[in-house]
Design a binder for this molecule. Structure first.
Ligand code: F6R
Length: 268
């Protein structure tokens, strides 16, 4: 794991945007894994700005989102499809036919849908760079604690903690879904690079468990300890429970020197 600690959430988003931009500029047909939630909103804002100001083009980009609520109408403003349209897709030149979410509509079989999503990712050559947030309970995607570390795209029942954490996004009279289709932990682990963004003090314990705890289904993000290319971008608040903060900061400044000398090398 490469742990990078920034002063604030804006810098975390700026850094994540650089990763996305590098992938888009480097690979002719990049495949990007996307997340929803509050954390990546500022990343998407920066990408939209770069599209408008600097011509960053999404024409050849294919995207796979981590998750989508079970049986939700894509036009429902609470759907993750609507979230992605609002925060990214409708502001850039992406071909909407190349944007995928793990959906399961009424009447569809979640098992069939899950397998088809996995096949579609494979058909596109796999995910180059997967953007992740982290839940306060250590979930990635909607892989809640207890999720198998070998899981694939499937339906998951949300925990009470996640339902209550996300209730801020729903109006009092609005029905909040309790199930979602999500990429599995093994699906996420197959991405060539994973870029996890965590900001705010409410993520500090989950971040500590992910980085320094044992690898366990009780903290799904801890599986990333076993990923060859996991980059963890934190603001100071999210890093506040880590005992090795000075080491990570020093290691990152040493790493910068290598980058200055050799340039970036990402093996997409
Ligand atoms: C959303 C997702 C979730 C969120 C996590 C953090 O697609 O996969 O794992 O990343 O719940 O959400 P925020 O960023 O709202 O704190």
């Amino acid at each position: 794991m490469q742990i990078i600690i920034y002063d604030n959430a804006h810098q975390v988003a700026e850094s994540a945007a650089k990763w996305v931009k590098e992938l888009i500029n480097k690979k002719p047909a990049p495949v990007l894994g996307l997340a929803t939630g509050s954390t990546p909103i500022s990343l998407y804002k920066q990408l939209v700005e770069q599209h408008k100001a600097q011509g960053l083009s999404f024409k050849n980009v294919t995207t796979f989102n981590l998750d989508e609520y079970h049986q939700i109408d894509p036009l429902n403003p609470q759907s993750y499809r609507s979230f992605m349209d609002k925060n990214l897709f409708s502001h850039v030149d992406i071909d909407m036919n190349n944007t995928f979410l793990p959906t399961c509509a009424v009447g569809e079989n979640p098992r069939v849908q899950g397998l088809a999503y996995e096949e579609n990712i494979k058909k596109h050559g796999g995910i180059d760079l997967q953007i992740l947030g982290i839940g306060a309970n250590g979930h990635i995607g909607f892989n809640e604690p207890t999720s198998s570390l070998s899981s694939r795209t499937r339906i998951k029942t949300l925990t009470q903690q996640t339902i209550s954490d996300n209730s801020r996004l729903f109006k009092p009279n609005e029905k909040q879904p309790t199930m979602a289709m999500t990429m599995g932990i093994a699906t996420i682990m197959n991405a060539r690079y994973v870029l996890l963004m965590a900001t705010g003090a409410n993520k500090a314990n989950a971040v500590k468990d992910m980085i320094t705890g044992g690898v366990s289904a009780m903290c799904p993000a801890s599986a990333l300890q076993m990923h060859e290319n996991a980059i963890i971008l934190l603001d100071k608040a999210a890093a506040s429970e880590l005992g090795e903060q000075n080491y990570y900061q020093w290691a990152e400044s040493e790493n910068r020197k290598l980058i200055e000398h050799y340039g970036y090398f990402h093996n997409y």
